[in-house]
Design a protein around this ligand. Structure first.
Ligand SMILES: [Zn+2]
Length: 244
C-alpha cells in the first residue's frame, strides 16, 4: 500500500514539473482571473484558433472583447529572469547560469492581432496586446509600450483601459463571430503545430537564399554587437533579422 502511494506521489511530482502541465496550470490561473471580469461588459474566449485566408491557423490563448477594445492575451510560463525590450526580435531567459533565447512574445502576439484583423475584416477595431507571465518569472524589461505583466496584475491592467471605442452592438457581433469562428479539434491543433514548423523552415530557406521572408526585400550582411547577422535592406521599415 505504501509503495503504491509512493509511486503515485512520484508520478504526480513528475507531472507537475513537466512544461506541458505547468503551461496548462498557467493558462488555467489566467482563465480563473478573467472569470472575475463583469460578463456584461467583458466577453471572454479561451484558446481561440483563427483560420487565416491562406488556410493556416493562429492560436490565441485568451481574448477579452469589450467596449474598450479587444484584449489579446498571450500567456508565457517561464521562470527566472526575463530580459527584453519592445522591439528586439528575441528576449532572454536567465535561469541559474543558463541563458535561453525566446522569440519576443510581443511580436508573436502582433501576429495574432494581424490574424484577427484579417478574420474580422474590420480595421476600426482597437486591439490591446497583453503578455502575461506567471509569478515564477522576474521581468527585466525596458522601452515597453505594450503591457507585459505578471498574472496578479492582469485584471488591473485590463481595467485601466476605460475609453469607449466600440459600441455594445459591435462587441456582441464580434463575440459571436469569434466564438463561432473558433476551431477546436485535435486534428486542427496538430495541423497548427505542423504549420508553425513549416513556416519556420520556409523562412529559413528564404533567408538562406538572401530574401527577407517578411517583406521579400533583400537581406544584407550587417555587423552587430554579437557578430555578423543578416538584416533586411528595407530597415527601419522592416526589422527582420536572421543569423548568418
Ligand atoms: Zn524585410
Amino acid at each position: 500500500m505504501v509503495y503504491i502511494l509512493l509511486a503515485v506521489l512520484i508520478v504526480l511530482t513528475l507531472l507537475l514539473k513537466s512544461p506541458k502541465v505547468i503551461g496548462m496550470m498557467g493558462e488555467a490561473s489566467v482563465k480563473q482571473k478573467l472569470a472575475k471580469l463583469d460578463p456584461k461588459i467583458y466577453k471572454v474566449l479561451h484558446d481561440v484558433m483563427i483560420k487565416q485566408p491562406d488556410g493556416k491557423t493562429s492560436q490565441i490563448d485568451h481574448l477579452v472583447i469589450s467596449p474598450y477594445g479587444v484584449f489579446v492575451i498571450e500567456t508565457k510560463n517561464y521562470k527566472g529572469w526575463i530580459i527584453g525590450s519592445e522591439h528586439s526580435q528575441y528576449w532572454t531567459q536567465v535561469i541559474y547560469k543558463r541563458k535561453e533565447k525566446l522569440y519576443n512574445p510581443i511580436r508573436q502576439n502582433y501576429g495574432h492581432i494581424k490574424a484577427l484583423e484579417g478574420y474580422l475584416e474590420d480595421s476600426s477595431v482597437t486591439f490591446i496586446s497583453i503578455i502575461v507571465f506567471g509569478t515564477r518569472a522576474e521581468l527585466k524589461l525596458e522601452n515597453m509600450n505594450t503591457d507585459v505583466i505578471r498574472s496578479p496584475q492582469l485584471l488591473s491592467t485590463i481595467r485601466k483601459y476605460q475609453t469607449i471605442r466600440l459600441t455594445d452592438e459591435k462587441v456582441a457581433d464580434m463575440h459571436q463571430k469569434l466564438a463561432t469562428g473558433v476551431v477546436h479539434s485535435h486534428k486542427e491543433r496538430k495541423q497548427h503545430v505542423r504549420d508553425i514548423k513549416e513556416k519556420l523552415a520556409q523562412d529559413r530557406k528564404m533567408a538562406d537564399s538572401g530574401m527577407c521572408p517578411r517583406c521579400k526585400g533583400q537581406l544584407v550582411l550587417r555587423k552587430g554587437k554579437n557578430g555578423m547577422f543578416k538584416g533586411c535592406s528595407n530597415y527601419p521599415k522592416c526589422r527582420y533579422t536572421s543569423s548568418t
